[in-house]
Structure formats: C-alpha cells, structure tokens
Design a protein around this ligand. Sequence first.
Ligand SMILES: CSCCC(=O)C(=O)COP(=O)(O)O
Ligand SMILES: [Zn+2]
Length: 205
Amino acid sequence: MSDDAFAAATAAIIAAGQRMDRFGWVPATAGNISVRLPDDAVAITRSGGHKGFLDVNGVIRVDLDGRPLRPGDRPSAETGLHCGIYRRFPDAGAVLHGHSVPVTHLSRTGGDSIRLEGYELLKAFPGLPTHEAAIALPVFDNDQDIARLQSAVDRRWDELGQVPPGYLIRGHGIYVWGADMPAALMRLEALEFMLACELEKRRAA
Ligand SMILES: CSCCC(=O)C(=O)COP(=O)(O)O
Ligand SMILES: [Zn+2]
C-alpha cells in the first residue's frame, strides 16, 4: 500500500479536524474523520483523541470491515459507520462526523427526518439546481451497537429512492461524505449552516 496516499490522507484528516474544531463541531473527544485509501483500506482517526489537535499518530489504517491493519491499533468507535458509507457508495472518498449544537438539538426534537427547504445553500448539493428544492435528512435513533446502527442505516438506504447528502443520529451527531475531503467539508458546512438556521427559526417561533 502506498505510504504517499496514507500521508496525504493523514494531512487532509488533520486539517479537517482543525477546521471542524474552529466551528465548534468536535467538542471534547467527539467526532471522527476518514479518507478512503487504495486497496480497500481506510485512513481513520484513532478512538478517543481530540480531533482539533490531531497529529500523524492520531490516524491509522483499517480495512473496509473496520479491522485495524496493524494489530493493537484502536480505530474510532464509529469505524463501522464510516466503512458502511464506503461500502455502499463507491464514489465516497472522505467521511466526516461531528457533534454540533444544532445537530444535537434538532435531532432530539422527534421525527425520523429533518426537512430543509427554501435555502439558497441547497444548491451546494449535486442535482439541486434551485433553492426551491427540498431535502429530508434522515434521523436514526442512537445505538451503542454500531453494527446494529449501520444495519438500520442500510435498511433506510434500501427504502429511499434518492440518497440524501448526510444523516443524523439522535442526540449524537451528523455523518456526511463526499468524493474527497474538500467535497465532504463543503457538504458538512452547507448542512451545518442550514441546521443552524432551522434552530434559530424554531427558537423564534
Ligand atoms: C465523547 S464523544 C463519544 C464518542 C463519539 O460519539 C465520537 O464521535 C468519538 O468517538 P471516537 O471513538 O471516534 O473518538
Ligand atoms: Zn460521535
């Protein structure tokens, strides 16, 4: 496996963690970040560290089933959700998970999806040429059993005709992915902006 690809992925993950931290999306040790590597491998954050202060030792390699390539390494506790995205979406090159205030609050207000409509920023997503479009972000009940949670996510993808740009886990956080790290960050920023607006709207109502 190419060390260059792993080094580039590690640099992208460290920079993404710093950016997410600047926005307050990875408090304490929350969040995790990954990049797809050649040969069915994934570079992912180690479990338990602060994602705003990552260094090269904070990123390790796993296979597409989430098994560490180096025995003894402890990848993110949510590695199974990252691998689920890479297995389901061959175009996914990077995955981001954060715990922002809007995501955490809105995901707790009930319902199995959050509708976003009328936002100019919807045009940030492929296939949405106008602000008149709408998306429904799925919300899954939180589960400490990550394999069971991933099964619930897979079941929803099987039911849905069109896959949304991300999903929420109730009282927990958000998952987004993109073709590469810039694309994943752009999706996350667009969703976080619109969810922050939704939170303001509900506060004002
Ligand atoms: C203190 S956050 C609880 C775990 C979590 O939800 C998370 O995103 C971070 O877990 P990791 O194992 O990836 O550090
Ligand atoms: Zn989490």
